[in-house]
Design a protein around this ligand. Structure first.
Ligand code: UDP
Length: 239
């Protein structure tokens, strides 16, 4: 049973459980995808039915940040813990490396995925980088075909939300990998062109504030955060 936060159903798993589930999916026949919504994406899903369907249609829906965990607690249906997409990805790569599995990196500006690939291959010996491509391709069909041709077991799809969720829902099957993970700006962090908030900020639920200070252009997007809390409060009132 998923935990409903404003129309998005989250899997109630710890980080370790999430990585275990990810590995199970990697070993199950067919194509599966993982999404990691934060409050901003939940807000997008409230307004965009296609995005909501793509998110809820995922095989694993992980609460990316403390905001979603707080929202779930306020609604009286607590989630075990936050499962940040980038940490989930790290856990998955560790296990994939042990098994010699292969990963395709799709997304971010030209050159970033290649750089991320080089760094990840060095960081996770045993992990195979099946291929890389930037996230500004024009045609979906040939892109999915290129991923399939690489024979990758897993694909990190980092096109920003909700583009990556819609892409995985529609083209995941054609891309052929067992598992696709929508991971937003993670390739920028893996490549070293962006940094994550220091632990102090994320431990105190202030990662959003750190990101805002670093990237003031995010202010408009971030207005979705207080809006999310207002909507959770309203939903709580209805219960
Ligand atoms: N991006 C992309 N293709 C697009 C739009 C965005 O590859 O058409 C990339 C962008 O370069 C960045 C990532 O998607 O690397 C989105 O990062 P952002 O920090 O906005 O995502 P978040 O982690 O906040 O969801």
């Amino acid at each position: 049973m998923r935990i409903n936060v404003l129309g998005v159903g989250f899997d109630n798993v710890t980080m370790d459980e999430a990585v275990d589930r990810g590995m199970e999916l990697l070993h199950s026949p067919g194509t599966h995808y993982v999404v990691t919504p934060n409050p901003e994406i939940v807000e997008v899903c409230r307004e965009n039915l296609a995005a909501r369907q793509a998110v809820n249609g995922a095989d694993l829906v992980l609460p990316d940040g403390v905001g979603v965990v707080k929202g779930a607690r306020m609604l009286g249906t607590p989630l075990k813990e936050k499962v940040p997409g980038i940490e989930f990805a790290a856990g998955l790569m560790e296990r994939m490396a042990q098994e010699g599995l292969s990963l395709y990196l799709l997304g971010a500006k030209p050159g970033v995925a290649e750089m991320a690939g080089e760094r990840l291959a060095a960081q996770y010996p045993g992990l195979k980088i099946a291929g890389t491509h930037d996230g500004y391709f024009q045609e979906d069909g040939p892109m999915a075909e290129a991923v399939r041709a690489s024979g990758a077991d897993c694909v990190f799809v980092c096109l920003g939300a909700p583009k990556q969720e819609l892409w995985m829902a529609k083209h995941g099957g054609a891309a052929g990998a067992r598992l696709l993970c929508g991971l937003g700006g993670s390739l920028d962090v893996f490549a070293g062109v962006a940094e994550r908030a220091p632990k102090f900020w994320s431990d105190h639920g202030l990662e959003w504030f750190y990101r805002l200070c670093k990237n003031p252009w995010r202010a408009r997007r971030m207005m979705k955060l207080p809006l999310f809390l207002v909507h959770v409060q309203r939903e709580k009132g209805r219960k």
